[in-house]
Design a protein around this ligand. Sequence first.
Ligand code: CU
Length: 282
Amino acid sequence: MLKNLKALAGLAGVLVASVAAVALAAKPEPWAILFQKPESPVMEQIVSFNDYISIVIILITLFVLALLIIVVVKFNEKANPTPSKNTHNTLLEVAWTVIPVLILVAIGIPSIRILFFMDKNPAAEMTLKVTGHQWYWSYEYPDHGNFSFDSVMVPEADIKDRSVRLLEVDNRIVLPVETDIRLLFTSEDVIHAWAIPALVAKIDAVPGRINESWVRINRPGIYYGQCSELCGVNHGFMPIAVEAVSKEAFKRWTDDKKKQAAGPSGVEVAADAARPTTGSAR
Ligand SMILES: [Cu+2]
């Protein structure tokens, strides 16, 4: 059993190393219990807020545990046979009301600040519109010729090397790094939620309305995410894959997409496909 586990861990290590050598791939790792490494300003703030709140939780828990231990040791029947008859202590009552209020304020202020920070970016340089469907995503690029495409999970049987099972899609979203990108979310049928652990917090995609957020991707790589709202029988099979590339590679990719969308004849499309491409844009 231990041997198997060790072999598995070794294999996982090799796989991770081979992927890391090619490019950053933000995806679930075996035995991970913490956040994925954040690669956008919003997720950086959310992760540090989580660290801060964890400290508050740990301190409160230790304090309550200490009180319980004191009560058990000092005030049990043997140690304290004649209990005190006190029923009120004004100072103590004010303290145990005011201190928790102060703690909540200390948590609430940074929390609300992050909510506003992730809600809108007035300096956004481009827009990506995300639409949820049962059970796949579609994407529109209104600032780059308004082309659109569907992004459907690659079935397990068709997974090629280095792709991630249940997280790989046929058409990845390509986005430029170091660019403020406005994200608009809506849905065609039921509520879905767009979530990429390393980049974007869960944002609901609601039929009949548009939700907004934004992302700025720190460095090139492949970022995996999933639908995070129970949306039906194939909820677990509508993953998200973002390929973050340089601004130049992104421009080449959008130019190609525009040409494909505009090209009415098959000849043009075929010529486009035959042209050698450089960089990781696809
Ligand atoms: Cu969904």
